[in-house]
Ligand binder design. Structure first.
Ligand SMILES: CCCCCCCCCCCCCCCC(=O)SCCNC(=O)CCNC(=O)[C@H](O)C(C)(C)COP(=O)(O)OP(=O)(O)OC[C@H]1O[C@@H](n2cnc3c(N)ncnc32)[C@H](O)[C@@H]1OP(=O)(O)O
Length: 188
């Protein structure tokens, strides 16, 4: 399967996940759809690999946007830009699939987004790190179906510890603040 065809399949699968989450069809119609989905799963599993396709960490170059989790339908694809001020930025809109409180983003999903944008910023500086500690402050509910602005900036680098802060804003309102301590690890 070419990479573009894989991306198309992943996008179609995300659309299916959304449709499953919000469908209001009666049970008798759902039974037929379930059979069709089972049949697609069987077709795909005729040939498998052990892990999801991922981009190489070394492919991350600051100043060139990267797309995280492009090929994993269970994750949120995130196109990250690297502005000249040394930060990382991304815009994403989430839907019912990622709901926590009514009409709002699940707090764990916000944590995932923060970990990813903080982590990719560190990676973009050529520092191979894992997340040591991630702290989150939820200042307000983060809405679904509206563009969210994500940002990250490095505030300290001492020894193997890189400290990064970040936030999520919607319509100028900051809803989540994060601080991550990333620890440099030897390249594997
Ligand atoms: C083109 C497209 C390309 C795409 C390409 C994508 C690839 C790019 C994706 C990037 C976006 C992903 C971002 C997700 C990133 C994860 O999700 S990583 C997964 C979650 N994290 C983990 O699983 C980490 C598990 N923990 C560990 O492996 C180890 O505990 C650690 C963190 C390596 C530390 O162990 P260690 O090496 O034995 O460290 P140790 O000697 O005890 O301490 C070293 C220093 O770190 C400090 N430290 C140790 N642990 C901690 C801690 N937990 N908290 C704070 N400080 C700590 C110590 O205080 C010490 O500090 P100094 O005294 O040197 O100042």
């Amino acid at each position: 399967m070419s990479v573009d065809e894989r991306e198309r399949l992943v996008e179609a699968t995300r659309a299916l996940t959304y449709a499953v989450a919000v469908t209001d069809l009666p049970d008798e119609d759902l039974a037929a759809v379930s059979e069709a989905v089972d049949s697609l799963s069987r077709a795909l599993r005729k040939q498998t690999r052990k892990r999801c396709v991922t981009e190489s960490v070394t492919a991350v170059v600051e100043s060139r946007p990267v797309v995280l989790d492009r090929y994993n339908p269970a994750m949120i694809p995130l196109e990250v830009r690297f502005p000249e001020d040394g930060t990382a930025a991304a815009t994403v809109t989430l839907n019912a699939v990622h709901q926590g409180p009514t009409d709002s983003v699940h707090g764990g999903v916000s944590g995932l987004l923060m970990d990813n944008i903080l982590g990719i910023l560190v990676q973009s500086k050529g520092l191979l790190c894992v997340t040591g500690t991630l702290s989150l402050r939820y200042r307000a509910l983060t809405p679904l179906d509206r563009p969210l602005e994500l940002r990250a900036e490095i505030v300290d680098h001492s020894g193997r510890r890189v400290t990064v802060t970040g936030w999520i804003e919607c319509g100028g309102v900051r809803t989540v603040e994060a601080t991550g301590v990333f620890i440099e690890v030897p390249s594997r």
